[in-house]
Design a protein. Structure first.
Length: 316
């Protein structure tokens, strides 16, 4: 094995570790940040700083973006990051970080339901339809009113779950919009524009709510500052760039396996570090949801395996 091959394999493993572990840990980092930072201010600071760093870097490298690219990526960023990730931030005031991660694991189901250009395939494939039904049964299981996992008011918890499901829908809508309304701009510049738009939206709402009155940043604890910078540098920059790079190195189906790992990481970290309640009810629901995700992706796995076998036979 050549040194170049070994180096590339090491980079791939490091990138997968970043996507698996860092993205899974962001749920806990959000929870700690919320100790002394309001939700919309947290969204605004995280994405405006990360976006400015990415856009500034790309501009320094000579990258440019026209008005069409700016407008399309800004809209996608508001939908995905302000609406989708912002929902995660808001609901973690009321539900555990682990429970939030489990609900976000249902995201593939919304892509199946909302990607109208793929309906002819999705709705004619029995495995995909079964996967959607299985996955949503896991979500219903999470909303069991008799579950011991709910430590506060039941209505507040259920409302938070509904808000987070709405955030998942916004993320899917923004992703599909970006997919079908592509603008000519580098992936990194596009990500920076999305983050900047989401950050400005967060700061705007924070200002309208009065979160910027007085000296809010002077009251932020050291733990919250540390978690915020972790979200900026590791979650939004290292994690995302690792994800983009992996898509160029490995099949998208393989890279997408982070969806199976992130909820487990979030559950374990929440339980180990901040003693969030851990119930088998949650683990059962997670198993059901991930089974649904597996069934949805199974046709892709099979297609990829068949294509690989054909290539190997042709090489012979």
């Amino acid at each position: 094995m050549s040194p170049t091959t070994t180096s590339n394999r090491t980079l791939v493993l490091a990138a997968f570790a970043a996507v698996y572990l860092i993205w899974g840990s962001t749920y806990l980092a959000i929870l700690i940040s919320l100790e002394s930072i309001t939700p919309f201010l947290l969204i605004g600071l995280r994405f405006s700083i990360a976006g400015a760093l990415l856009v500034g870097w790309r501009l320094w490298r000579g990258d440019r973006a026209g008005w069409q690219a700016v407008s399309r990526h800004s809209l996608a960023g508001i939908l995905m990051l302000f609406g989708g990730t912002g929902a995660v931030v808001w609901v973690e005031q009321y539900i555990s970080s682990g429970l939030a991660a489990i609900i976000v694991a249902s995201l593939p189901f919304w892509f199946v339901l909302l990607d109208y250009r793929q309906w002819s395939f999705n709705f004619s494939n029995g495995l995909i339809l079964i996967g959607v039904l299985v996955g949503f049964s896991g979500i219903v299981l999470l909303s069991d009113l008799n579950s011991a996992s709910f430590s506060a008011g039941i209505s507040t918890q259920l409302w938070a779950i509904l808000v987070l499901l709405g955030g998942c829908i916004l993320w899917a809508v923004g992703s599909l919009y970006l997919k079908y309304q592509a603008a000519t701009v580098s992936t990194t510049m596009g990500a920076g524009l999305q983050m900047l738009a989401a950050g400005f939206a967060g700061l705007l709402v924070a200002g309208l709510r009065g979160d910027l009155a007085g000296s809010p940043l002077s009251m932020v604890s050291t733990a919250s500052w540390t978690s915020l910078w972790y979200l900026i540098l590791f979650g939004s920059l290292i994690g995302y760039l690792s994800y983009v790079w992996l898509l160029q190195q490995r099949p998208a189906v393989q890279v997408g396996t982070y969806a199976y790992v992130n909820p487990v990481v979030a559950l374990l970290l929440g339980w180990l570090i901040v003693a969030e309640p851990f119930h088998w009810h949650q683990l059962t629901a997670l198993g059901v949801i991930l089974t649904g995700v597996l069934l949805i992706n199974l046709p892709k796995y099979v297609k990829k395996a068949v294509s690989r076998r054909v290539v190997i036979m042709n090489d012979k």
